[in-house]
Design a protein around this ligand. Structure first.
Ligand SMILES: Cc1cc2nc3c(=O)[nH]c(=O)nc-3n(C[C@H](O)[C@H](O)[C@H](O)COP(=O)(O)OP(=O)(O)OC[C@H]3O[C@@H](n4cnc5c(N)ncnc54)[C@H](O)[C@@H]3O)c2cc1C
Length: 259
């Protein structure tokens, strides 16, 4: 439950407010303002009353290309990213599956990464892209955290603020998924990114608290085996680990063919 609402006009004011206990940044509010905790929130036992710091007056809602990268402000909405001409087409497909239009119009890129679970197609794609999360706090000016380190430590972001998310544009990205219906969240999804150097990263989603990195190699050899191995314990109410292992290997192969 939200017990107080703040709308700071400067980053410094926001960071000061975030040093207060039980005070959280408010992105699109689609989750914070709802009474439904995510799988991630429930696992953290999060249901306390909170004060919120609305980020909408901080000017964090723009995007720009910088060299070979796309820099997205933390409060860029999923829909703003989806309609941007700078957004890679494959990432657009993953964004369409993340949430329906009304939620995409409010939900922010940062809020989504903080609250997502393993079925997040957006986080699966950003993990494959090895996105950099730029975080600031009252104590520390700015630090860049690799998304692979950020996702498992999201609980420790309390008191800190994501200001920017950076993804590379000079890479090849492929994304594949299997779900109950075409518009549903995936039971298994796979994203593969390949750099000019041959570096190949495979991530899998559709299961658990967070998408997982299955492979980060200097070439694509072993991709299917890595996909299979990563899901060897991935049983839940939606599918067995055996099923997910088979599907993950097939999707990884399809991604590779699409690159
Ligand atoms: C009714 C409803 C139920 C939903 N249930 C689920 C669900 O069960 N599972 C699921 O994955 N998604 C669920 N969603 C989707 C949810 O809307 C997304 O996770 C959404 O993308 C969150 O983005 P937001 O910007 O609205 O985040 P908010 O609701 O504003 O914030 C979500 C979290 O991110 C933090 N945060 C936001 N911005 C920042 C920032 N810049 N820096 C640091 N922390 C930040 C907030 O403090 C909060 O902890 C639900 C949506 C609705 C409307």
């Amino acid at each position: 439950m939200i017990t107080a609402y703040h709308r700071p006009k400067t980053l410094d004011e926001a960071l000061t407010l975030l040093t207060h206990p039980n005070t959280l940044p408010l992105g699109g509010g689609t989750l914070l303002a709802s009474h439904k905790p995510t799988l991630f929130d429930s696992a953290q036992g999060r249901s306390d009353p909170v004060e919120v710091v609305d980020l909408q007056s901080l000017g964090l809602d723009s995007m720009k290309t910088s060299g070979n990268n796309l820099e997205m402000g933390a409060t860029v909405t999923l829909q703003q990213l989806l309609v941007s001409e700078d957004c890679p087409d494959v990432l657009k497909s993953a964004l369409k599956l993340e949430a329906p239009l009304n939620i995409r119009n409010s939900a922010t890129v940062a809020g989504t990464l903080v609250s997502c679970d393993g079925r997040s197609t957006f986080a699966t794609a950003l993990l494959a892209l090895d996105a950099k999360i730029i975080v600031v706090s009252k104590q520390k000016a700015e630090e860049a955290i690799n998304i692979g380190n950020f996702l498992p430590l999201r609980e420790q972001i309390r008191g800190k603020l994501i200001t920017k998310i950076i993804i590379p544009l000079n890479v090849k990205l492929a994304f594949e998924y299997v779900s109950r219906t075409p518009a549903d969240k995936p039971i298994v999804c796979a994203a593969v990114v390949q750099w000019n150097s041959g570096r190949t990263r495979l991530t899998l989603g559709g299961y658990g608290m967070s998408p997982m990195l299955a492979m980060d190699g200097t070439e694509s050899e072993g991709l299917e085996t890595a996909a299979r191995n990563a899901f060897h314990e991935a049983t839940d109410e939606w599918a067995s680990a055996e099923y997910r292992m088979d599907v993950a290997a097939t999707l990884a192969k399809r991604c590779l063919e699409r690159l």
